[in-house]
Design a protein around this ligand. Structure first.
Ligand SMILES: NC(=O)c1ccc[n+]([C@@H]2O[C@H](COP(=O)([O-])OP(=O)(O)OC[C@H]3O[C@@H](n4cnc5c(N)ncnc54)[C@H](O)[C@@H]3O)[C@@H](O)[C@H]2O)c1
Length: 395
């Protein structure tokens, strides 16, 4: 690639905003953000004006002006946008979930309910979708950056260093991403989101657990340690007849679960337990703990206690950002000094642009993305069988 790397953004919502802010913190590599495209003229124009970039009416025009397409659209369109961009010779960055199952394409789609639809079909189709994206990348000779920011979080990268330098063996991982419910109108409807807490939230600690076991394997034996089996349960707690709504956590999900737990066994027999739900107040609850044979690490992504503040009156902090999804700023809190950095957002774009420049795989690659989808949809199959162990397919 000669000249500055030209980046085009598909999608003009929440993720597109933290992506452009992350991209603009990349250093040492010449780049330019060419512009944005989205579903509605209004959203792309608003985004373009806010960030001083050009609004493109179609993905084709955005591709013509770009070397990289950053896919920040809902999961249901990830495959279409990514494959089209790869076909046009562009590298792609793809948000989570990499891809998934969003219902039958034809008239039967109208009656589709994700929570009751057969999960064996979902798993097969989600894996076929992964394969189509990976195949397109390999035939076009272009790279995929999987925008799994947890992999790039400073706490996770420190644990990578510990594993690589100490030769530790991870025996058990436990992690969680939970909060009080997504803001996106697409979330809660399976045909747009591809699932609930499992696909939308467990994906983060899960991909990080897969990444660290791969790091461990490569450091000691030169080969990643891959996931082998999964057992899982899902629940719809806010739709229980017994649920008593106090109006603090989000409700009104259509056909997704709002609680999920996944137990994974790896090829070497070691294990991980991943939790995710929409039932947690007090801000996002993102953490991963590593129990190894020679050390123990807790990666706190959010909240972290770099700063502890007491605010006696809500109104004093009305213009102060504290942390993601905190519902009150009154009392003791942990305002994030740099939340994007602690979540790994600028670092992921640094790695992606260096990878595109140097023509190498990013740390969070298409293989990690496809392995994650294999575990997540195998987890749905297991949950349908009320926790029965399921073998994880390879993309
Ligand atoms: N990594 C994270 O922490 C994180 C956080 C939030 C969202 N996400 C992911 O980011 C993606 C987008 O989520 P969001 O919260 O920004 O949603 P959003 O609803 O805020 O925005 C979606 C945008 O995509 C546009 N869009 C929809 N279909 C399109 C298409 N086919 N082509 C072009 N534009 C299209 C819409 O017009 C809208 O601008 C999802 O995959 C979501 O899972 C990741």
């Amino acid at each position: 690639m000669t000249g500055p790397i030209r980046i085009g953004i598909a999608g003009a919502g929440f993720a597109a905003r933290f992506h452009i802010n992350g991209i603009r913190r990349v250093y040492g590599i010449p780049f330019t953000v060419t512009g944005v495209t989205s579903h509605t003229q209004e959203s792309r124009r608003k985004f373009a004006q806010e960030f001083g970039v050009k609004a493109f009416d179609s993905l084709e025009e955005l591709c013509d002006a770009s070397d990289v397409i950053d896919v920040c659209t809902p999961g249901s369109s990830h495959e279409t946008v990514a494959v089209e961009s790869l076909k046009r010779g562009k590298h792609v960055i793809i948000e989570k979930p990499f891809t998934g199952y969003y219902g039958p394409p034809d008239k039967d789609g109208a009656a589709f309910r994700g929570n009751t639809f057969p999960k064996e079909i979902m798993l097969k189709e989600a894996m076929a979708s992964c394969r189509r994206i990976l195949d397109e990348a390999s035939s076009s000779g272009k790279l995929i950056g999987y925008a799994e920011d947890w992999v790039y979080a400073p706490s996770v990268q420190k644990e990578r260093e510990i594993l690589e330098k100490s030769g530790g063996q991870i025996l058990w991982l436990i992690g969680d991403e939970s909060h009080s419910g997504s803001h996106s109108p697409y979330y809660g409807i399976w045909k747009f989101s591809g699932g609930g807490s499992i696909v939308g939230k467990a994906c983060h600690p899960l991909s990080t657990a897969l990444y660290l076991k791969a790091v461990e394997g490569k450091a000691r034996e030169g080969m990643p340690i891959r996931p082998a089996t999964v057992s899982a349960r899902t629940h719809e707690i806010t739709r229980l007849k017994t649920f008593r709504d106090e109006g603090i956590i989000r409700t009104g999900y259509d056909d997704i679960e709002d609680y999920g737990q996944i137990h994974i066994t790896f090829e070497d027999g070691t294990v991980a337990d991943i939790f995710a739900c929409e039932l947690v107040m007090g801000g996002v609850h993102n953490w991963l703990e590593v129990f190894a044979n020679n050390h123990r690490t807790r990666c706190n992504l959010n909240p972290i206690d770099a700063l502890t503040t007491f605010n006696p009156k809500e109104e004093f902090f009305k213009d102060v950002y504290v942390t993601e999804k905190i519902s009150t700023k009154q009392g003791w809190s942990h305002p994030a000094p740099d939340e994007a950095w602690q979540h790994g957002y600028p670092q992921e774009f640094q790695d992606f642009l260096e990878a595109f420049r140097d023509n190498r795989e990013p740390l969070a690659s298409g293989v990690l993305a496809a392995d994650s989808i294999a575990v997540l949809y195998s987890a749905y199959l297991s949950a349908e069988r009320r926790g029965q162990e399921v073998e994880i397919p390879r993309a």
